[in-house]
Design a protein around this ligand. Sequence first.
Ligand code: HEC
Length: 142
Amino acid sequence: MRKLLCAFVSALFLTMGFVSCQSDEEIKRQKYITEGILLYQNYCANCHQPKGQGLAALYPPIANSDYLQHKDSVICLIRYGMQGPVVVNGKTYNRVMPAQPQLSDLEVAELVTYIYNEWGKETQLTSLNTVKPQLENCRPKQ
Ligand code: HEC
């Protein structure tokens, strides 16, 4: 539907020399972000808080977290959880973040896209192709 509208609008404006249609990649990014927001509210905001600011000494912030430079680890901890001491923006946290094995590969990609666009200064999506092999790499061995 959106594509159709887009094609129609392009056709309309083509003769005037400007086409302002979003690329497929951009539409996909927006979709991931929209889904990511909902997933974040359902699965993360309880602890990390709605604006990602964290909660006291209990839950580290995600907003402007220097931990976000380890994207491979972030992908893994969303599905498999995290424990042991971790330093975020100079402060030490040491509690258990539970695993969320019910999150699909796509949902992890959407969450990571949202987090990095909202709080990691990125303007691109983190694709399923990035997330899938990484989740396979860090899957706990039985
Ligand atoms: C039950 C509370 C809880 C929930 C729910 C939770 N986390 Fe966490 N999260 C934690 C704790 C506690 C840590 C620090 C773990 C440690 O001390 O090793 C953490 C660490 C992190 C970190 C790395 C440190 C930082 O702040 O940058 C990220 C990123 C993160 N969580 C993202 C998420 C996302 C995304 C979700 C939702 C899918 C989520 N968390 C759900 C409690 C939670």
